[in-house]
Design a protein around this ligand. Structure first.
Ligand code: ZN
Length: 150
């Protein structure tokens, strides 16, 4: 398997036409993450309404894997609770690190990143968006966090 096999159509499509691109003006949570080994830069913002991720967006620059993975991540977490999003993040880490398991429909387009497991140096690219999302949740000083309703 060559590195080019990683660049499947799904990844390239998300890279060239990213979903949920941009930033939410008044996000509940936001954070910015860097992957210095590759030069990837991802900024993630999330809007929580009634305990559910009503909107998730990202912007940034970097390799196709980092940007496509962030695009896929924003698609997957919308409509989920924070706890569900965190569970999905840990499933995603397992998948790209090559942990044995069944990775089915709940992974959505993220399945296209399964091949990253064969390239440990690119795992950080694939996980950047998800780690940045979790870092955003970990900050409890989101500008609108006091308005969050459960
Ligand atoms: Zn990268």
């Amino acid at each position: 398997m060559s590195l080019n096999d990683l660049f499947t159509e799904i990844i390239l499509d998300h890279y060239q036409h990213p979903h949920n691109h941009g930033l939410i003006p008044n996000p509940t949570y936001s954070s910015r993450g860097f992957n210095e080994s590759c030069g990837d830069d991802v900024q993630v913002s999330v809007l929580i309404k009634n305990g559910i991720i009503a909107d998730a967006r990202f912007s940034g620059a970097g390799c196709s894997i980092s940007q496509a993975s962030a695009s896929i991540m924003t698609d997957l977490v919308k409509g989920k609770s924070i706890e569900e999003a965190k569970k999905l993040a840990s499933r995603f880490y397992d998948m790209v690190k090559g942990t044995e398991g069944e990775y089915g429909e709940e992974m959505g387009d993220a399945i296209s990143l399964q091949g990253v497991a064969k390239f440990p140096v690119r795992v950080k690219c694939a996980t950047l968006g998800w780690h940045t999302l979790e870092e955003a949740f970990a900050k409890n000083d989101g500008p609108n966090s006091s308005e969050e309703t459960k």
